[in-house]
Design a protein around this ligand. Structure first.
Ligand SMILES: Cc1cc2nc3c(=O)[nH]c(=O)nc-3n(C[C@H](O)[C@H](O)[C@H](O)COP(=O)(O)O)c2cc1C
Length: 358
């Protein structure tokens, strides 16, 4: 029988009841102190029928924040808050990993300790504006990290991983996608360094490799996934040769025996994208492959049956359909998502989408 979204699978040490993954989704609804609160527990619990939940991007340190009301994983209160989320998902038979996030230059002094400048591979200001507690404000020119500071950043990923494991997560996903810090090092529009962390693809992939090595050392490779977005221009980023760069990234990550590689297969926000062969990318990685971006049930099943992908992550469909798995199983219609309540706000547009059961 052909494999499909409903075929169980093991990714690393994590046994999944299906291949329907909830994509990481920032919702800006954490409580005081960037601590997960009751409505966040309800939101994830409602979606526990997913084979795997990947949490919203979660700042690993005070300097890693770039948006209001995002839940961190660097204080005791945050760990305790996440523990409630994890326990609720586990009680419903779900699996959940935490997405480790450092935004790099996609931040603003008003969001950082002592109004610090955001940090980045190079002092290049992103086009656009930051979401702050005072509304939209122009991005600032970030400060380039000194080479001597890099071990400290890696240590933040390690401590955040320890914290995630202490909260009971089934694993962690290293966020190397969507124009944030690790992606800023990978792609050459944002990395103009002349030390061992810049220049050719080997050097630009070095920080991701070091983070992965060190996170794997504390969690075990079978509890670690990595997310990349080779083409996504979101957050004013691009690369002059994405196929070559990301084939290399997949190749160097492959020997770790990671739980999975998670790939955003295109761009969020329409613009002309260079050609890219995701099947070729996938051939460079020997472990499980999670595909994402604008999949529906039919396309997901076709991709899995063809052997091109192992699992599929759904983002917007999971915002609007807590029971997405059941709807797929029954070929039921999907709720449409209300974009105005994506980022921030109350329970409305967060935990009040109707299920088939009513
Ligand atoms: C409201 C919203 C928040 C998102 N937050 C994150 C995030 O925290 N981390 C991340 O890697 N991607 C994030 N994304 C991207 C999604 O994970 C996913 O790649 C995107 O929605 C495309 O998948 P889809 O077509 O199934 O929705 C977000 C997308 C949306 C719409």
């Amino acid at each position: 029988m052909a494999l499909d979204l409903f075929s169980p699978i093991k990714v690393g040490s994590i046994a999944l009841k299906n291949r329907i993954v909830m994509a990481p989704l920032t919702r800006n609804r954490a409580g005081e102190g960037n601590v997960p609160r009751e409505m966040n527990v309800t939101y994830y619990e409602q979606r526990a029928s997913a084979g795997l939940i990947i949490t919203e991007a979660t700042p690993i340190s005070a300097m890693a924040h770039g948006y209001p009301a995002t839940p961190g994983i660097h204080t005791e209160a945050q760990v305790a808050g996440w523990r409630k989320v994890v326990d609720a998902v586990h009680a419903k038979g779900g699996k959940i990993v935490l997405q480790l996030w450092h935004v790099g230059r996609i931040s603003h002094p008003s969001l950082l300790p002592d109004n610090a400048l955001p940090v980045a591979p190079s002092a290049i200001k992103p086009a656009g504006q930051a979401f702050t507690y005072q509304g939209l404000q122009d991005f600032v020119t970030p400060r380039a990290l000194a080479a001597e500071e890099i071990p400290g950043v890696v240590a933040e990923y390690v401590q955040a991983t320890r914290n995630a494991l202490a909260a009971g997560f089934d694993g962690v996903e290293i966020h190397a996608a969507n124009g944030y810090l690790l992606d800023q090092f990978l792609r050459d529009s944002t990395n103009k360094r002349t030390d061992i962390y810049g220049g050719d693809k080997v050097n630009r992939a070095r920080l991701l490799l070091e983070v992965t090595q060190n996170v794997v050392a504390v969690a075990g490779a079978d509890k670690v996934g990595v997310r990349i977005s080779p083409l996504n221009p979101f957050n004013d980023i691009s690369d002059s040769n994405p196929q070559d760069l990301f084939n290399h990234v997949a190749r160097v990550l492959s020997p770790f025996g990671l739980a999975y590689l998670h790939v955003v297969e295109g761009g969020m926000g329409g613009s002309d994208l260079p050609p890219f062969d995701f099947v070729e990318l996938r051939k460079n990685f020997s472990g499980p492959y999670i595909a994402n971006l604008a999949y529906d049930k039919a396309r997901a099943n076709a991709a899995i049956a063809a052997g091109n992908v192992d699992l599929v992550a759904f983002g917007v469909p999971f915002i609007a359909n807590p029971d997405l798995v059941e709807r797929f199983a029954r070929d039921a219609a999907l709720n449409q998502a209300d974009q105005s309540s994506f980022y921030g706000g109350t329970e409305k547009g967060y935990i009040d989408y109707p299920t088939l059961q009513g």
